[in-house]
Design a protein around this ligand. Sequence first.
Ligand SMILES: Cc1ncc(C[n+]2csc(CCOP(=O)(O)OP(=O)(O)O)c2C)c(N)n1
Length: 331
Amino acid sequence: MNFSREELLDMYSDIVKSRVLGEKIVEFIYSGKIAGAIHPCLGQEAVSAGIMTALKKSDIKTHGTATHRSQTVMAHRVGFKEFIAELLGRRGGVNDGVSGEYHLNDLEKGLLPATGALGGAWGILTGYAWALKNDNKQNQVIIAPYGDGAISAGATYEAMNIASLYKLPILFFIENNGIAMSTPVSKQSPLENLADRGLAFNMKGVTVDGNDPIAVAEAVLQGMELAAKNEPNIVEVKTTRWEGHYVGDQQQVYRDVSFREDLDSICPVKKFEKKLLELGYINDEYITNVREEMTKEIVGAFEEGLSQGVATREEVLDFNRLYSNNVGGEI
Ligand SMILES: Cc1ncc(C[n+]2csc(CCOP(=O)(O)OP(=O)(O)O)c2C)c(N)n1
């Protein structure tokens, strides 16, 4: 698959944006401006950039969640200002600051709500895919992402089985960063490639380099096309979690962190920069400018968010925000 120069440069902006967003989230947590546990995306930016490229390039409409490490994908779907204001618990947030990071959603913009209990969402998302098929919605698919740990929950097997049996328009996306909290993949699965789990359900699966945004974008685009033809399938991307499970987690207690001594050698941003430098598409000045531009945009969004008010206690505890009342009336 070919990506134009403009598309590759846009992909570069997205990978840098993801890095800056990750760094700023960590900074704002430590300064006490963001409350709650957030799972840093540092080291996994190529995954978000690849997904964003696929969403922009394809004319297939997608609905889905994002993993708790793909904050940039959530922000891309709902708007960076709205996402950041939500992180800060402010009124301009996508859910008026009452839902926080992982559960924020905007159904119109295709960001479905994620469940805190990992594993269950693939069942729910398979239900969404079933609804798309039932309602004869053409050219629309569900993207169901999870980490390597979450996909070992039993409900994910039922979801894959039903999706395959009923030929549903869904792409199961596995963001394999090698570790689930403190459990490495090798201690929870006998498989080399988790996409091979699809074999049990007669479903196609591919595994690609999750540190290469082009490989991720290509795999997602192909997966979306298959899903749009009612061929559910799996895309697994392999990457590395650089930080602890959440900001503040002392990962050296349970994990060999010697890889951190030379992060540049595994850095997806640097790797992609090298490629674009070789192609002659960017130079050092371009790199500096993009970093500055992305920092300005992200920091600007944080400042704007901080200037807004916060929801009242009553609004936060409003059950009609927490539960759907589509079936009729107030709860
Ligand atoms: C059913 C359930 N069990 C445990 C947890 C606690 N938990 C939150 S994130 C996480 C690790 C998930 O690992 P993975 O799916 O590999 O994603 P990663 O954090 O590595 O991106 C766990 C165990 C949970 N949220 N739900």
